[in-house]
Design a protein around this ligand. Structure first.
Ligand code: ZN
Ligand code: ZN
Length: 318
């Protein structure tokens, strides 16, 4: 092992982190999560964004081999390109909400969008029961976008629901939902599979008092909470009312809920790798079982496994 590899392998991460992070084959009992975009608000690129990545939110969630896609930010492009095989014919895409950073990648989800045999079901729960049709038709139409989505070969079927009601799918799958405090609202999701529990809570601005009792009940005893930590507490005072939260509030929520682990997403577009590594160290001093999510990182929720950090692997081969 080279000196550099040793330095990276021994960078102080806990055994817990190594157990949670994996690209190993998973069993039917596994609940896995892969982050394809963890940046908030707008994509970024450049040498200062290599480790955590620059794509906006897209999460691949698999309950066994049952796929859910959460949000269609720019990260859905590389997700699709990395899964030309193995995507189901019917894909369930759950929107947290329809802001640009969570929708703009949709026409670039090539394996699905350019396959006339595929159906993409979208689920929108923050518009009081309305589906995403009207908003997406407005977003993807000339002169803002060259074509409307109805020219795409795939079938798009849009479903609306009211956040707070569970989503129940034709195959019997069930996903819990909750309305979050965000401009025009946002939806948090709770996935349960084979005794494992994953809650994704983004985009959200924390409230006073905190944690909100309904949210606390929703995320209770999660194996992993994925939380909007766009700001630090120091930055938040200048950004109150913008609809986002801090990693410190994520730690408070996770501890109060008896959650086993916490991941932070919706990273500020101005936060560099060096800043985020420092934030992560500060956060782990308060809650060792926590981390800042990295693009393409895979987490085996609630199960032991091995470390895989694609960005570091790239760095090692550079
Ligand atoms: Zn957002
Ligand atoms: Zn938003």
């Amino acid at each position: 092992m080279s000196t550099r590899r040793k330095a990276l392998a021994g960078n102080g991460r806990s055994d817990w982190y190594k157990r949670m992070n994996t690209t190993s084959p998973v069993s039917d009992d596994a609940l896995t999560l892969r982050f394809w975009g963890v940046r908030g608000s707008t994509p970024v690129s450049g040498p200062e964004y290599v480790e955590f990545g620059g794509n906006t939110p897209c999460l691949e969630i698999r309950c066994g081999d049952r796929l859910f896609v959460l949000d269609a930010g720019s990260g859905i492009g590389p997700f699709g390109r990395s899964n030309t095989e193995g995507l189901p014919q019917e894909i369930d895409l759950l929107f947290s909400h329809l802001h640009l950073d969570h929708t703009a990648g949709l026409p670039f989800f090539k394996p699905a969008v350019f396959d006339e045999t595929r159906t993409i079901h979208t689920y929108c729960g923050n518009l009081d029961g309305a589906c995403a049709t009207e908003a997406l038709d407005r977003l993807f139409s000339p002169p803002l976008f060259p074509v409307s989505l109805d020219v795409l070969p795939c079938s798009l079927k849009h479903h609306g629901f009211k956040a707070g009601e569970p989503l129940v799918f034709a195959d019997g799958s069930r996903v819990g939902t909750i309305l979050l405090n965000h401009p025009q609202g946002s939806v948090g999701y709770r996935f349960e599979h084979a005794g494992k529990r994953l809650c994704v809570i983004s985009d959200i601005e924390h409230t006073d008092p905190w944690p909100d009792p309904a949210l606390l009940a929703f995320v209770q005893d999660a194996d992993l909470i994925v939380y909007d930590g766009m700001f630090t507490e120091g930055e938040y005072c200048r950004c109150a009312g913008w609809g986002h939260s801090t990693w410190q509030k994520g730690v408070e929520l996770a501890k109060a809920a008896n959650a086993k682990a916490l991941a932070i997403i919706h990273l500020h577009p101005g936060h560099t790798d060096a800043q985020l590594r420092q934030v992560e160290a500060d956060m782990q001093a308060m809650m060792p079982a926590s981390f800042i999510a990295r693009e393409r990182q895979t987490v085996d929720v609630g199960a032991p496994s091995v470390t895989s950090r694609p960005q570091l692997a790239l760095a090692l081969t550079a």
